[in-house]
Design a protein around this ligand. Structure first.
Ligand SMILES: [Ca+2]
Ligand SMILES: [Ca+2]
Ligand SMILES: [Ca+2]
Ligand SMILES: [Ca+2]
Length: 323
């Protein structure tokens, strides 16, 4: 198991240094993260009004870092209005021991001590033209203010976005940066979440992706999706799968799909593809997704997939089909 983890980390360090770190990142092709105010109906697409992300900073990186938020406000451009703009979102940043390792922080629901660790910064946003379609910057932070996690070979800092009032949808993005006023990637950095709440494109030709990392203990997974509004297909591609369709959810419900993991898929990422239907077009579609293993543990979704975007290998696929 140790070997596999190390292999994963090496992969991720090699791969990431070539890429920048917006969240969502380029290979995901997800337009926005999404968190609604806590008075919204869940049928708008957010099941719990809270979203946690973890930023990973390699031990070798010694400079201060900044966490930048695009369109942190709830109003004007990008956001989803429901009656008056009356929504407040808090962004809270945590470091220190437990910010990642506390089990409550690695779950899907905002319950128990999920705000574990030391709070390093926080800010509440509402309608705010100054930050509409624009960036707000938290920091600087010293990477060592995060929690050191040896299996990652680096420090983890957590950010929680939560809708604390109102019923509108907040759309936003993050960037882990070395600069206060520019998006400059942290070499070797990455970000991950155990549950992803996001907005789909309106353009039916766009395909969004999430890349859960499958460790070597995983023998089966359960993929859950919420409020998909029957917007086309959810499909899994891997080295051993050309494109396996999953059950999809309709309005305001969770749907689960369970399948076995092949040996060739271990210590790699899966590519879960969100493919919109062409007609009738589904607009403003907000979705929540998580993946659990046979121990009921959540698989992390890295914004920069570990091992790269998995490509179907015909020889492995054929072998697996014949079993
Ligand atoms: Ca409202
Ligand atoms: Ca806005
Ligand atoms: Ca926003
Ligand atoms: Ca939806």
């Amino acid at each position: 198991m140790k070997k596999a983890c190390l292999l994963g980390v090496v992969f991720f360090l090699c791969y990431c240094s070539l890429h920048s770190q917006p969240v969502p990142a380029g290979d995901e092709n997800i337009p926005f993260l999404m968190t609604f105010g806590n008075k919204a109906e869940k049928s708008w697409g957010d099941d719990d009004f809270s979203q946690t992300f973890f930023f990973l900073i390699p031990e070798s990186f010694k400079q201060p870092i900044f966490i930048r938020v695009f369109d942190p406000d709830i109003g004007g451009e990008n956001d989803e209005q429901n009656g008056e703009w009356d929504t407040k979102t808090s962004y809270e940043i945590f470091g220190g021991v437990g910010c990642y390792s506390n089990k409550d922080a690695q779950e899907t629901d905002p319950k128990g001590n999920y705000k574990s660790g030391n709070m390093m910064a926080s800010k509440v946003f509402t309608v705010n033209p100054r930050y509409d379609n624009n960036w707000y910057t938290f920091g600087p932070f010293n990477p060592t203010e995060g929690e050191y996690v040896s299996k990652f070979g680096g420090y983890v800092i957590k950010i929680i976005a939560e809708g604390i009032a109102g019923n509108d949808g907040n759309l936003y993005r993050y960037f882990l940066s070395t600069s206060f006023n520019e998006n400059k990637p942290v070499e070797g950095g990455n970000a991950f979440a155990f549950e992803y709440s996001f907005r789909m494109w309106d353009d039916p030709n766009q395909v969004s992706h999430i890349y859960p990392f499958v460790d070597d203990r995983t023998i089966s997974v359960k993929l859950s999706n919420f409020d998909w509004d029957e917007d086309g297909f959810i499909r899994t591609v891997s080295v051993a799968r050309r494109g396996q369709m999953s059950k999809v959810s309709n309005d305001n419900i969770w749907v689960e799909d369970e399948f076995k993991i092949f040996d060739e898929e271990k210590t790699k990422s899966l590519d879960i593809q969100f493919i919109k239907k062409k007609t009738p077009p589904v607009k403003n579609n907000n979705v929540v997704v998580n993946v659990r293993n046979q121990y009921n543990e959540l698989l992390p979704f890295y914004v920069i997939p570990i091992g790269g975007v998995p490509k179907y290998d015909y020889n492995i696929g054929v072998k697996r089909q014949q079993q």
